[in-house]
Design a protein around this ligand. Structure first.
Ligand SMILES: [Zn+2]
Length: 682
């Protein structure tokens, strides 16, 4: 490593220390964090790793040297009756199995183990003391042995029982110490945040910090103003109560006394595979809960077994936290690339130093548009916070300017299209920049991709790859060329990876798309602002492309749901000679240029018949088949039953086919249904 590299690392470590201290202060002292915990954690991790690799970079004031949070001055100290343990973490199913392996090695082979699973609430851990049923003392977790006394604040938590049992005739225990989690629900947080922002312009980052700030406030009135709730989940000490054999009966007892317990989410398993499956599947649903959770806690149910398994250091061997991967991280923005969409919109995309986030490695993220970048002063070379939620493409949230070295460069939208070199323009009132060149190959690929997609003409076997290839080979210069592909059968067969069967299927799917309704064709043209709903409105009104092309913007704007912006875009599109030529070619190829006449009803050939559809049909999509059956008076059900008259089955039909065969239900092909309707074969 050169002296220059080392100096750069030293500089980086110093910037990180400063930034972490700044955010730690905002978080712990001011109770007004500016970045998420996860982003903070990833900065902290970077510093930790840097210091591990280069111990001489560790400064005496490094935040990495600080132990857990000691009780703050101003609060009385409360010694806990037993240490408040922390849990080991598991992040993958393999980790869970490894945890169980370690347990099994310590126990006799024939023992049956029950496991409890409970949500891990993302709130503030509290310890509640009850004497003869009366709530007498409440404390924070503190450093695990000693916490801060916050009894008055906890009294303001609405779901905390001030006396137990809340109802019923159970005798109150002589002494009870309960561990729980105080939290703010997502809904209350949203209300609280909106009110605060309107009042003082202050933003709160998440429910957890807001709850923690409320409870660790010296003024109970502040706590009372923030609507908090409680989940109770562990008995720390119990005297003069029932004998409880394990965690499951302990939770039931807490619920009987009137404590809020996450009963709807709690499970007990004897089958570990089922437990792991539950953990994995639950991760996808956890965002639907009205409160924040960051994972699940799995415990060996039986208290006697817990005791036998004991502890490693401070971690109990008999429990583990299954944590879901975080949704935010900090990483370096290496470059900003520009992508060209089907309408010519130029979209900036972040190229990132790869970072592990939400279970996958992320190396690119959206930056939305040029204004977004300018407003946040995001520069190439910056350390940025990125977020990934659900299946959504990750996005860059903000830059961390405190970490700049001076080498970062501000970014501007290029004035030439990066793909075709065409001029770039921006229209009044729009944030987007456009490549003005209609023949831009990048736009053409995107337009074809959209035209053949499920949202439009739904041509099976035709996707991004084929669109790119056919444009690159010069087979397609505009959308109408798709319907000339049958003339290029030989050229297609010569392409690598295009076997005879594949070419046949593709050409058949292209031919079949000519039966799609005119609304799908209008959608597929990719006219700016004309999606499926607008296409339907326009054609319901004008009935045909010819009438639509002849209509003025004023006439269009009179339709309910069509504004002047859409009308202007549609008339501008039809006014272009190139687009008129495309339409003429599509009409000549046999595509539907009008809606069917509304008046003559389709004959009710299938009246009273119930169909179930399964598998892949040769030319009809599932939607199309459903529409055809309904148009002719039939019904379509989701599942095969005694009430099913016919199963319409295509390729790769599965369990529905088996069931229909078992029930002796007639099985029809698409051809059979065409014959029933008196239609020609496809
Ligand atoms: Zn271009």
């Amino acid at each position: 490593m050169t002296a220059v590299d080392l100096a750069a690392l030293r500089q980086r470590a110093a910037s990180l220390r400063q930034l972490i201290q700044y955010h730690a202060h905002r978080y712990h002292v001011l109770d007004a964090p500016e970045i998420s915990d996860e982003a903070y954690d990833s900065l902290f991790q970077e510093l930790l790793e840097l210091e591990r690799a280069h111990p001489d970079l560790i400064a005496p004031d490094s935040p990495t040297l600080r132990a857990g949070a000691p009780p703050a001055a101003g609060f009385a100290r409360v010694e806990h009756p037993a240490p408040m343990l922390s849990l080991g973490n598991a992040v993958t199913p393999d980790d869970l199995y490894a945890w169980r392996e370690r347990l099994l090695r310590l126990l006799p082979g024939d023992i049956a183990i029950l496991y409890t699973v409970e949500p891990k609430i993302d709130g503030l851990t509290v310890v509640l003391h009850y004497e003869e049923g009366l709530f007498t003392l409440g404390a924070t977790r503190g450093d695990g042995s000693v916490g801060e006394e916050i009894t008055a604040n906890l009294r303001t938590v609405r779901s905390l029982p001030l006396r137990v049992p809340v109802a019923g005739d159970e005798a109150p225990p002589r002494r009870l110490v309960v561990r729980g989690e105080a939290y703010m629900s997502k809904a209350e947080f949203a209300r609280f945040q909106a009110a605060q922002e309107a009042e003082s312009g202050r933003r709160y980052v998440n429910p957890r910090n807001t709850a923690a700030g409320a409870l660790r406030n010296l003024d109970p009135a502040v706590t009372a103003a923030r609507p908090l709730d409680l989940w109770a989940y562990q008995i720390v000490a119990l005297e003069g109560g029932p004998d409880l054999a394990g965690q499951w009966p302990a939770l039931a007892y807490l619920a009987r006394l009137g404590f809020p317990v996450t009963q709807a989410q709690n499970r007990r398993f004897d089958d570990f595979d089922a437990l792991v499956a539950y953990c994995v599947q639950w991760g996808e649903r956890r965002h639907e809960l009205p409160y924040e959770v960051d994972g699940l806690v799995i415990k060996v149910d039986d208290f006697a077994l817990q005791e036998r398994l004991g502890y490693v250091g401070k971690d109990p061997r008999w429990a583990v936290a299954y944590k879901y991967p975080s949704a935010e991280a900090a990483t370096r923005l290496l470059a900003i690339q520009v992508e060209v969409g089907r309408t010519g919109v130029l979209t900036p995309r972040a190229v990132l130093e790869p970072v592990y986030l939400g279970g996958v490695t992320v190396s690119s993220a959206t930056l939305h548009n040029a204004d977004y970048i300018a407003e946040r002063d995001i520069r190439v070379g910056d350390t940025v916070v990125i977020k990934r939620a659900g299946e959504v493409i990750p996005q860059v949230l903000r830059a961390l300017p405190e970490l700049r070295s001076g080498a970062e460069t501000p970014w501007q939208m290029p004035d030439r299209c990066p793909v075709c070199g065409g001029p770039v323009a921006r229209y009044a009132g729009e944030v987007a920049y456009y490549c003005e060149n209609m023949a831009c190959p990048a736009q053409l690929v995107r337009r074809i991709e959209f035209f053949v997609s499920r949202a439009a003409m739904d041509i099976a076997g035709f996707g991004s790859k084929q669109a790119e290839l056919f444009v690159a080979k010069g087979f397609i210069h505009e959308i109408a060329d798709i319907y000339d592909l049958p003339d290029r059968r030989e050229a297609l067969l010569a392409l690598e990876g295009f076997a005879a069967k594949k070419v046949e299927n593709l050409l058949q799917a292209i031919a079949a798309s000519k039966q799609q309704p005119a609304t799908r064709l209008l959608t597929g043209l990719g006219i700016h602002f004309v999606g499926a709903a607008v296409a339907e409105l326009l054609l319901e009104h004008f009935r045909s492309f010819a009438a639509l092309a002849a209509a003025s913007a004023e006439e269009m704007a009179e339709i309910e749901g069509i504004g002047p912006r859409i009308a202007a875009s549609v008339t501008a599109w039809f006014a272009q000679p190139a687009n008129q030529r495309t339409l003429a070619r599509l009409a000549a190829a046999g595509l539907p240029m009008r809606l069917p006449e509304a008046t003559p009803e389709a004959p009710a050939t299938l009246a009273g018949r119930t169909f179930v559809i399964t598998g892949t049909l040769p030319t009809w999509s599932r939607d199309r088949a459903t529409a055809i059956i309904k148009e002719h008076g039939g019904k379509v059900a989701a599942a095969v039953s005694g009430a099913t008259d016919y199963l319409l089955a295509g390729e790769k039909a599965g369990s529905k086919l088996e069931k229909a065969q078992k029930l002796g239900i007639p099985i029809l092909s698409e051809e059979d249904v065409r014959a029933l309707l008196g239609w020609p074969a496809a």
